[in-house]
Design a protein around this ligand. Structure first.
Ligand code: NAP
Length: 251
């Protein structure tokens, strides 16, 4: 890591990862995370909406499912109990402060010292130093406007969720995904602190590898209180420029 002197390091949570809660487990990203977590031998608790429980049928005998809205504080309180890590899909859907309600419940009820990893997109900025293309700015503006108009999504609420996470003294990581695609795993994505950095230029990550990064982040103390923007390790920009790898791994 090139600029590790910028912020003081905080102590690494000491507990090994044994049990993880996946909030938003039934979505595409969520189901990949369930598989990666099971592959690592973790006990898994999955939270998903009642109507989506069937999407977890393939894992039903290997995980504990807590049905309910992810911004239901009682659902989250029960699901995260005893978990060493919580992986949360922050989705802006609906107009009931779904993202901020979900994030706040996780921040409030996760075990002390638990590793908290949240997923968002590149449009989230931590320090305002990200440099966005005109296309991405236009897309975010249009999606935000249409989402509000049709009462389908609240992009602003995902921003608010992240503001609360960034202000928290928890052991959090906010993973910022590029445009996503399906396909076989290519390996662990590389990351950089700011959108606009050359390594991220390809703007493409396999969804399965986004999930891999989320799960591996649980064990990487170098990612505590970081907001890594990720890109697929096999993309042209990652190959040309390298990037920051996880602790103990080549970029
Ligand atoms: N899609 C992209 O191109 C992209 C790019 C960069 C970053 N990301 C980030 O990646 C993460 C997941 O993205 P994804 O595209 O792979 O989606 P996904 O995994 O399918 O996740 C969508 C999540 O939103 C939930 N959801 C859908 N409709 C909902 C509604 N009306 N009310 C409440 N919850 C609802 C889903 O739950 P159910 O299973 O119950 O429907 C699921 O948990 C998000 O954090 C997103 O910001 C996505």
């Amino acid at each position: 890591m090139t600029n590790s002197n910028e912020r003081p390091r905080i102590p690494t949570p000491s507990a090994p990862i044994r049990r993880v809660c996946i909030v938003g487990a039934s979505g595409k990203l969520g189901r990949y995370m369930v598989q990666h977590a099971l592959d690592r031998g973790y006990a898994v608790v999955g939270v998903c909406r009642e109507q989506s429980v069937g999407k977890l049928a393939a894992f039903a005998d290997r995980i504990t499912i807590v049905p309910g809205a992810t911004n239901d504080r009682d659902v989250i309180r029960r699901a995260v109990a005893g978990c060493d890590g919580v992986l949360t899909v922050l989705a802006p859907w609906g107009v009931q402060q779904y993202s901020s309600g979900t994030a706040q419940a996780v921040l409030d009820f996760a075990e002390p010292g638990a590793r908290l990893v949240f997923s968002v997109g590149w449009h989230i900025t931590r320090d305002g130093k990200d440099v966005y293309t005109a296309y991405l700015r236009a897309f975010v503006w249009l999606f935000g406007w249409l989402g509000r108009l049709l009462r389908l999504a609240e992009l602003d609420d995902q921003v608010e969720a992240c503001r609360r996470i960034f202000a928290s003294d928890r052991a959090w990581t906010v993973v910022r995904g590029s445009d996503l695609e399906e396909g076989e795993s290519q390996g662990l994505p590389v990351w950089s602190r700011h959108v606009g950095d050359a390594v991220l230029q390809s703007n493409r990550t396999r969804r399965i590898d986004f999930a891999l990064f989320m799960v591996e982040a649980l064990r990487d103390p170098g990612l505590i209180r970081e907001a890594p923007a990720i890109v697929g390790c096999a993309t042209a920009s990652a190959q040309a420029h390298g990037g920051v790898g996880m602790v103990g791994r080549a970029a």
